[in-house]
Design a protein around this ligand. Structure first.
Ligand code: FEO
Length: 176
């Protein structure tokens, strides 16, 4: 059974993961209007992943006798300065998510809730990967600078990454 404190903290995380999904969805839609099909495919996929992060938390809270609350939709920014600024915002956002996950882990230790602590380890690992990927992409964009040809190939690379991730998802769904 979840303590009220842990339950509240998990619901706060549900809200943040839900917002992450909205945020990346807004970025994906903006990128699509700019003709950046690879960037938008990557971001649409990323938005789906964040929704799954939220769903996994909702289900866990409910399984443990709490109530996973579906959060209100907050509108993310509609337009973005550049592709580089999009990924810089993603990196900043993911650093915040990591810090909130760490706070959550801390709360479970204070409450001696080792089951939730164990469950959260998946999020701890996921955050290492998400931050590393965002950092890697920001570094790539710094190298590209204002080179339009470079941006074209970058867009194609992200399209390949999005397709590969979709294939991985299908493979892991079929295994279940
Ligand atoms: Fe679910 Fe990117 O944090």
């Amino acid at each position: 059974m979840l303590s009220p404190q842990v339950s509240k903290a998990l619901n706060k995380q549900i809200e943040l993961e839900g917002f992450s999904s909205q945020y990346y969805l807004a970025m994906a839609s903006w990128a699509e209007t700019q003709g950046l099909n690879g960037v938008s495919a990557f971001l649409y996929h990323h938005a789906d992943e964040e929704r799954l992060h939220m769903l996994k938390l909702i289900k866990f809270v409910n399984e443990r006798g709490g109530h996973g609350v579906v959060p209100v939709l907050k509108q993310p920014p509609v337009t973005y300065k550049s592709v580089k600024s999009v990924f810089e915002e993603i990196l900043k956002h993911e650093i915040k998510v990591t810090s909130d996950i760490n706070g959550l882990v801390d709360a479970t230790l204070k409450e001696k809730d080792y089951t939730t602590h164990n469950f959260l380890q998946w999020y701890v690992s996921e955050q290492i990967e998400e931050e590393a990927l965002a950092r890697q992409i920001v570094d790539k964009l710094k190298l590209i600078g204002d080179d339009k040809g470079g941006l074209y190939f970058f867009d194609r690379d992200l399209e390949t990454m999005a397709i590969d991730s979709e294939k991985e998802d299908i493979k892991s769904k079929n295994k279940k």
